[in-house]
Ligand binder design. Structure first.
Ligand code: PEP
Ligand code: MG
Length: 956
């Protein structure tokens, strides 16, 4: 991210012209390691396309898209030219800000400079600035006021400890757009300051967008560091904005009034004491915007002119965006709202003008603000059953009888039964309530009903995973912030249904935007809870469950949909969308219900009652299977059950083919505590230790000693068996909270794995040191993730070899993961230098087939048995064996019983799988004859699709 600091500034430079100034800037960028020499050409080319003069004596030279590959690291360097440089057309530049950026990061810089650019005479002041600090102060512009309003106060929050309270405070700051995602993690690292009277303060400048203060109190007495805690201030500090507030707070504490804050029961009282922005009790009116292109310049101008005609303050905001209201009289503010067709505008007017202004503004918006408008669609009137509407595009048709559909296997097993198709109900409800008392009552009884219902589910569930999910649902229902927000909407006249759904929707959307995939997936839980309460408010009941065992077909199942099912009647689950990590999939696995997810929208068109057969292991659906297919499936299931039992009995024996060839079977683990369980399941070593989990478990990068202890523990537990460790594989879609990475359009194609750690050699070196120290001459293999070029391998190898001179290890091998097609294609070159390869089929498949491995609808097609992926594995194995090196496979494919014969046939030496699959994989190997497997693999290389490969295996 681009931030301005004094170290980046070179004062008192001089250049005869723009070309000389660009050269000076390029030299500094090169000298500081941000760009390659060729970047100067980019700076010049960019100026040719159009001047980078910004105004107020500032220019922001940057490269062109063609020279982005010359950028090593994003950054800026600033040069002051007190004598001025002519930037063309007589525009004089006193400050040039050279940007090394790989994409559009300069937009962020513009955002930082906006406040300064609004000031008068900035150019002259920049020219006269005497030191970097003065210059930076000028660039930061007028100080921003500290944000503190009712939205940033959370009283009586249900928490058990200090960390949870911090999380709530940070969340309020994030919602008010004062801080970025990850601020909570940053705050957790700060030493809290006890202020007395049970009040504590935490503050941080990192990841702050604008200064703001949140105040949160716990619902029950808690203690922190042995002292009572009645209230916590979380401060997103920037500049001096918070100074006055802190002075006021000190005075308050000296007067002995701290308890007024800790014991406050409403946010108005807190704001009065602290001097924050008191909520205005002004009349409001809402209207939906119907203009085709939203509130663009022309309609906004008409709106602003109309508002200006009233002699009092009028504000407007978009409902449910969480953004604050802006003046309806300012054209630029109106445009900054970015209101789109269909969004609801809320006008807020000073009481003296509200009576005239609000109806006039609402009517003007309804009339289209000078444009012809097409009315917004209105929802159909509800009837308890008519409220259930299909959400499927009608251009699709249901899969034909006898056809097979490939989906994502989310829970193993084979199930058969008639389809019970449920589509999500669409609820229709009024926006405005009857009266506050009635709507409040409606909401309370709906919440009470759902609470009881969830309680019943918790009592009924024997599986811990399910109970935990529903305990989370209960917490969501009782979340004081949600409830507070709904209550405030009810007070404004919204109906219970509208108030509830508006709040749930906004919270779910916010959750969905989180970088962390797992956290983002929890939005499904919020929507699930939201839907249950809404159904209660609207009085829409659940569809009756058929009596005989059936296959439940849904768009996307919420966890509570699944958990509410009776496993004796629900034979299996089939969904149109969703991924294997969704909670519904976890619940299905815990209940032992076979499930397929992500089968595509067409399955929603299957006629209820149609006979379906699902194979959760192979991820396959058969529609109206014939008798032979059914019999085959039943035989398959029986065979598999028997095989698993026999496999488990022989799990400690080696995996040797019928003709005497041994394949090593290792375990994949993420948690260093998982080794004993893996060994107990028959692991002959650890084939993949995913070290990122160790890093994710800490608030900051674990130090060398902490890491060494963890790695030592794994090696000790292995008792002489080998350990293959992968160096840190984060970045892109898996950021570490304490390691900020620029947001990327395509994180899977971005800075991840070795690309990232090579940019942070300090972290990589400390991990390697910890590994080498932990080895104690035991069998240690280190591999690097996401290697795509020979240079990356060289850099990683050289770093390790250099450290090895310091910390000698007798039994060390260095290898790379084959996860990127370029690495597989370069295997003949790399094989001369590495000690081994380990094929990461999860990523190799994603990159070869260009299908996001977590894609909700396409990931079913990302099958590692695709012949294109097999070709790359074949190249890898041939190259490795030609140089006497070994090859393992550690992606999910290694555990797929259909893939084992092919991988063994291709010559793979080691299979590394999750501990619970070891017995089965070993059993698969024992059933093989190596020469048959070779023939099978060769045949697989010659076909055109994964389906054909699977058919070949089945015919074995
Ligand atoms: C892989 O990509 O196959 C692999 C084992 O790595 P991960 O799943 O951790 O990306
Ligand atoms: Mg991978």
């Amino acid at each position: 991210m681009l931030e301005l600091t004094v170290e980046q500034i070179s004062m008192a430079q001089s250049a005869v012209d723009k070309a000389a100034a660009l050269r000076l800037l390029a030299d500094v960028l090169v000298a500081d390691g941000l760009v390659a020499e060729g970047y100067l050409v980019g700076l010049q080319a960019r100026e040719q396309q159009g001047s980078t003069f910004l105004g107020q004596g500032i220019a922001i030279p940057h490269g062109t898209p063609e020279t982005r590959d010359q950028v090593f690291a994003t950054g800026v360097r600033l040069m002051q030219f007190p004598e001025g440089v002519d930037w063309g057309d007589g525009q004089i530049v006193y400050l040039a800000i050279g940007i090394a950026a790989k994409s559009d990061e300069h937009l962020r810089l513009l955002q930082l400079l906006t406040r300064a650019l609004g000031e008068d005479d900035l150019g002259e002041a920049l020219r006269q600035a005497k030191d970097p600090e003065a210059l930076l102060t000028l660039l930061q512009g007028a100080p921003q006021a500290l944000a503190l309003d009712a939205q940033m106060i959370g009283l009586g929050v249900s928490v058990d400890d200090f960390e949870e309270l911090v999380w709530h405070g940070a969340r309020l700051l994030r919602r008010a757009d004062c801080a970025s995602n990850g601020f909570a993690a940053v705050l957790q690292q700060v030493e809290p300051l006890p202020l007395g009277d049970g009040l504590w303060l935490l503050h941080r400048e990192q990841m702050v967008k604008r200064p703001g203060l949140a105040f949160v109190t716990p619902d029950k007495p808690i203690r922190h560091l042995g002292q009572p805690l009645t209230g916590l201030f979380c401060l997103a500090s920037l500049g001096e904005a918070h100074k006055a507030l802190l002075e006021r707070l000190c005075a308050l504490l000296i007067e002995g009034r701290g308890h007024e804050l800790g014991g406050a029961t409403n946010s108005r009282a807190v704001l009065e004491v602290l001097g924050g922005e008191l909520p205005q009790d002004w009349p409001t009116e809402r209207v939906a915007l119907a203009n085709a292109h939203g509130l663009h310049a022309r309609p906004a101008k008409i709106l602003a002119q109309l508002a200006k005609g009233f002699d009092g303050e009028i504000k407007v905001r978009i409902v449910d965006t969480g953004e604050s209201a802006v003046s309806a009289k300012s054209l630029s503010k109106l445009l900054s709202l970015g209101a789109r067709r269909g969004q609801v505008l809320e006008f807020i007017a000073e009481p003296s003008v509200a009576g005239d202004a609000l109806p006039a503004l609402i009517a003007a918006v309804r009339d289209g603000l000078g444009e012809d408008i097409e009315p917004l669609p209105t929802a159909a009137a509800p009837a308890p059953t008519a409220a259930v509407a299909a959400v499927v595009a009608h251009t699709l048709s249901a899969p034909a009888h006898g056809s097979q559909v490939q989906a994502v296997g989310a829970s193993p097993g084979i199930a058969m039964g008639p389809a019970h198709v449920q589509v999500l109900p669409v609820f229709d409800y009024p926006l405005l309530g009857e009266s506050h008392a009635i709507e409040h009552q409606r909401l309370q009884s709906a919440l009470a009903e759902v609470r009881q219902d969830i309680e019943r589910l918790i009592q009924r569930s024997t599986a811990k995973a399910i109970r935990e999910i529903f305990i989370t649902h209960q917490e969501m229902l009782d979340d004081p912030e949600l409830i507070d927000e709904v209550a405030s909407r009810l007070r404004k006249g919204e109906s219970a249904a509208a108030a509830w759904m508006n709040v749930i929707d906004a919270a779910a959307r916010q959750q969905e935007q989180l970088q962390d995939v797992l956290l983002a997936e929890r939005a499904a839980d919020l929507r699930d809870v939201g839907r249950r309460v809404l159904a209660q408010i609207c009085g829409v009941g659940e569809l009756a469950e058929p009596q005989q065992p059936y296959i439940l077909v849904m768009d996307e199942v919420g966890p509570s949909d699944v958990a509410r099912l009776d496993p004796t009647r629900v034979a299996g689950i089939l969904t149109a969308r969703g991924g294997a990590t969704a909670h519904s999939a976890i619940v299905a696995r815990a209940l032992g219900i076979p499930a397929l997810v992500g089968a595509g929208d067409a399955v929603l068109l299957i006629k209820p009652g149609t006979l379906l057969l699902i194979d959760g292991q192979r991820g396959r659906l058969t529609v109206t299977p014939d008798a032979i297919t059914v019999q085959r499936a039943i035989d398959d299931r029986d065979r598999r059950d028997k095989r698993l039992q026999a496999a488990s009995a022989l799990r400690m024996e080696p995996a040797v083919t019928r003709d005497g060839h041994t394949v090593e079977v290792f375990a994949n683990i993420g948690d260093s505590a998982g080794t004993p369980a893996a060994v107990e399941q028959g692991a002959e070593g650890i084939g993949l230790l995913r070290t990122e989990l160790l890093f994710m478990a800490h608030n900051q990068a674990p130090d060398e000693a902490t890491q060494e202890a963890e790695y030592r523990r794994v090696l000790d537990d292995l008792q002489g068996r080998p350990l293959v460790v992968r160096t840190l594989d984060v970045g892109g879609d898996k950021p570490l909270p304490y390691w900020p990475i620029d947001k990327e359009e395509n994180p899977f194609l971005g800075v991840r794995g070795i690309r990232l750690t090579l940019q942070r050699p300090d972290i990589m070196e400390s991990q390697l040191r910890a590994l080498l120290r932990a080895a104690d001459n035991r069998a240690l293999r280190i591999m690097f993730p996401m290697v795509g070029t020979v240079e990356e391998w060289h850099q990683a190898r050289d770093m390790t070899e250099r450290l090895r001179l310091e910390i000698p290890v007798a039994d060390l091998q260095l290898g790379i993961m084959i996860e990127v097609p370029s690495a597989a294609l370069l295997a003949p070159v790399l094989a001369k230098e590495v000690d081994f390869f380990s094929v990461g089929t999860n990523d190799l498949t994603q990159y070869t087939l260009a299908i996001d491995r977590g894609h909700p609808t396409l990931s079913a097609q990302a099958d590692g048995l695709h012949p294109a992926v097999l070709q790359l594995i074949d190249i890898t194995v041939r190259a490795a064996h030609a140089h006497g090196k070994w090859v393992g496979v550690c992606g999910e494919l290694a555990a797929d019983p259909a893939a084992v014969p092919i991988l063994v046939g291709l010559g793979v030496d080691e299979l590394s799988v999750s501990a619970r699959s070891i017995g089965e994989v070993k059993a698969c190997v024992r059933e093989l004859n190596r020469s048959d497997a070779r023939q099978l693999a060769q045949a697989a290389l010659a076909v055109g699709s994964a389906r054909e490969v699977r058919a070949l295996v089945e015919g074995l």
